[in-house]
Design a protein around this ligand. Structure first.
Ligand code: GDP
Length: 402
């Protein structure tokens, strides 16, 4: 059993939000599949092997329905831990959506590239606004007839009142949609022969890329003083400078980067993972908003946000730890009920398997066994330092998982 000390700056607690049918499930599956592949078969982003892997995971009962699934992604030379939190997609479950929004630090909003911004996308967008969740947008299904990336960007601006930041351009359209040109790095990411390859932007798009990168830099400068100085000096911003400024603005919810792809056809998914790591906040970035400091050494403060019934393990309580460490076997106080509980086994849930861990620290999301009285929305804390994290008065359905 391992005791993990996560480098908080390398953690992303994210959810995927979407209108029903926009491709949330497909996107989540592809994320788990590419992250699983990169972890288990090294850096070989091989499509055939990846599809095999996905099939195996399916056969074993992929835990895509888990309240939180942990995966890993290496971008810019550093491995990051991504806790993918399941946010229910159906409008009837808005209370559940809100409960999940409370525990995530950032989100990917998926849009159908043909339908654009749909009424339910507006509902989930407003909810995320209410909780101040920084977002990146993924315009999906660009392989479909009638898909229009730029129309969707305009709908994001007009219907959602957001400041969309076009950070990618689609390469080709509909049947001929090949992948994405990243305006920040100036590189193209295409899916060819069952694998992702990074290539030069096609020469026919060079002028478009130059123009859209200039527009991107201008919008960033309008919103970021530090970048504005650089912009006014007339120097061409480097990839690092542009990336850092986009991150600052996204974390502050001042802009929302817009990416594109076709999850179903595996296009744009790896660049989306890069963007999650590059632009969405870590638990440290959002610390100012949390009731408790994200510090392993501080007294425990954790929020139970979902209860699931696991076929093998029984009742599992998913908790987000805001500060301190959650230790297997340790007594804790449920401050809402004013009752003591004992932490049983602690698990990190991956796609297709579970890893028992001895303890977990601030910023992390894990599943806990043995909590008999704790329901969702309740705080677990140190007996000596009682604290109640933002209280939530939600029903507590128990959901069956495989
Ligand atoms: P959810 O309701 O948002 O979870 O959507 P799903 O992921 O279940 O996708 C809804 C439907 O759209 C399914 O039939 C998917 O196969 C299909 N789909 C998802 N992504 C794409 C895509 O990129 N291109 C196309 N053509 N179809 C897609």
């Amino acid at each position: 059993m391992t005791t993990t000390f996560l480098a908080l700056s390398k953690v992303r607690n994210i959810g995927i939000m979407a209108h029903i049918d926009a491709g949330k499930t497909t996107t989540a599956e592809r994320i788990l599949f590419f992250t699983g592949v990169s972890r288990r078969i090294g850096e070989v982003h091989d499509g055939a092997a990846a599809l095999d892997f996905l099939k195996q995971e399916r056969d074993r009962g992929i835990t895509i329905t888990s309240a939180a699934t942990t995966c890993h992604w290496t971008a810019d030379g550093a491995e990051h831990t991504i806790n993918l939190i399941d946010t229910p997609g159906h409008v009837d479950f808005t209370i559940e959506v809100e409960r999940c929004l409370r525990v995530l630090d950032g989100a990917v909003t998926v849009f159908d590239g043909v339908a654009g911004v749909e009424p339910q996308s507006e509902t989930v967008w407003r909810q995320a606004d209410r909780y101040g969740v920084p977002r990146i947008c993924f315009v999906n299904k660009l392989d479909r007839a009638g898909a229009d990336f730029h129309r969707c960007v305009e709908m994001i601006r007009e219907r959602l009142g957001a400041v969309p930041l076009v950070t990618q351009l689609p390469i080709g359209s509909e049947d001929a949609f090949e992948g994405v040109a990243d305006l920040v790095s100036g590189q193209a990411h295409v899916w060819r022969d069952d694998r992702y390859v990074v290539v030069d932007v096609p020469s026919r798009m060079a002028e478009d890329v130059r123009r859209w990168r200039a527009a991107l830099a201008e919008t960033v400068a309008e919103h970021d003083e530090e970048f504005m100085e650089l912009y006014l000096s007339g120097a061409e911003p480097s990839r690092e400078q542009l990336q850092a400024a986009i991150r600052r603005l996204t974390v502050a919810s001042a802009v929302t980067p817009v990416l594109c792809g076709s999850a179903f056809k595996n296009k744009g998914v790896q660049p989306l993972l890069d963007a999650v790591v590059r632009y969405l906040p870590s638990p440290l970035d959002v610390a100012a908003d949390a009731t408790a400091a994200p510090d392993d050494g501080a007294p425990l403060a954790a929020l139970a946000f979902k209860i699931m019934s696991d076929r093998y393990l029984g009742r599992l309580t998913f908790v987000r730890i805001y500060s301190g460490r959650l230790v297997s076997g340790a007594p804790v106080l449920n401050s809402v009920k004013a009752r003591k509980e004992r932490i049983g086994k602690i698990y990190r849930v991956h796609a297709g398997d579970r890893e028992e861990i001895a303890s977990a620290g601030a910023g992390d999301i894990v599943a806990v066994m043995g909590l008999k009285r704790t329901t969702t929305g309740e705080t677990l804390c140190d007996d000596a330092h009682p604290v109640i994290l933002e209280s939530m008065d939600f029903p507590d359905p128990v959901i069956e998982v495989a």
